[in-house]
Design a protein around this ligand. Structure first.
Ligand code: COA
Length: 193
């Protein structure tokens, strides 16, 4: 892959690209994990306003970073301080990755590591630990996170989306190592590659 990737905070006018990629990634990655009927019913437009608001309101309380190459959206990540999920309070003073998605064309290309590295630097500059919730049977994502040191911490709860009975999410927890703490010095300034 020769084109450069730009990683930067997203803009409100990128919401449509984000929700389109989001639905495409769900249909690709969650097949067999989430019932087909739920995947078939996904509508990017249903998420548009929420994402436009999120993109318009970034700060220490939440960030949305995008990865673009040649004008095309290749991935995005939403992260910030941890919040309570489904009666599971977060660890004290923790950060969180709330959404992390690549376009399926980029799965396995190393882009997820580049984006995660920059997000982790931002988190490491602010929090002693961070968490994320992931579908229990999303083996690919769980392997990716585990390889990067995000380890399952035992929290598990039903996924509350209608039509998803029997589907569970689990929490993974990350404590920054020396490498992340070094990159944390430049955190808050995502860059390209
Ligand atoms: C999760 C995601 C960002 C990871 O990016 P990626 O480029 O696919 O990740 P990588 O290829 O670097 O790593 C995936 C790992 O899973 C492995 N893997 C691939 N397919 C797999 C499968 N079906 N089952 C189990 N492991 C699998 C890969 O070999 C790799 O492991 P390795 O590094 O030990 O070889 C990307 O797949 C994605 O956007 N998925 C859809 C959205 C999603 O699930 N997001 C997480 C929501 S919390």
């Amino acid at each position: 892959m020769t084109s450069a990737f730009e990683i930067r905070p997203g803009q409100p006018d990128e919401a449509l690209d984000i929700v389109t990629l989001n639905v495409r990634a769900w249909r690709h990655a969650y097949q067999g994990v989430i019932p087909d009927a739920v995947l078939d019913a996904l509508e990017p437009q249903d998420r548009l306003v929420r994402w436009r608001d999120r993109l318009a309101d970034q700060g220490e309380h939440g960030q949305v970073w995008v990865v673009r190459s040649g004008g095309r959206l290749c991935g995005f990540c939403w992260f910030g301080p941890a919040w309570e999920h489904l009666m599971h309070p977060p660890p004290a003073d923790a950060g969180e990755i709330s959404a992390f998605y690549l376009d399926p064309d980029h799965f396995g290309g190393g882009l997820a590591d580049r984006l995660a590295g920059q997000v982790e630097a931002w988190l490491a500059a602010r929090f002693d630990r961070s968490v994320l919730w992931v579908l229990e049977d999303n083996a690919r994502a769980r392997r990716f996170y585990t390889r990067r040191g995000w380890l399952a911490d035992g929290a598990r709860t039903p996924y509350p989306r209608p039509g998803c009975r029997g589907v569970y999410v689990v929490r993974h927890r990350w404590v920054p190592g020396p490498e992340a703490l070094t990159s944390a010095a430049g955190a808050g300034h995502p860059g390209g590659s």
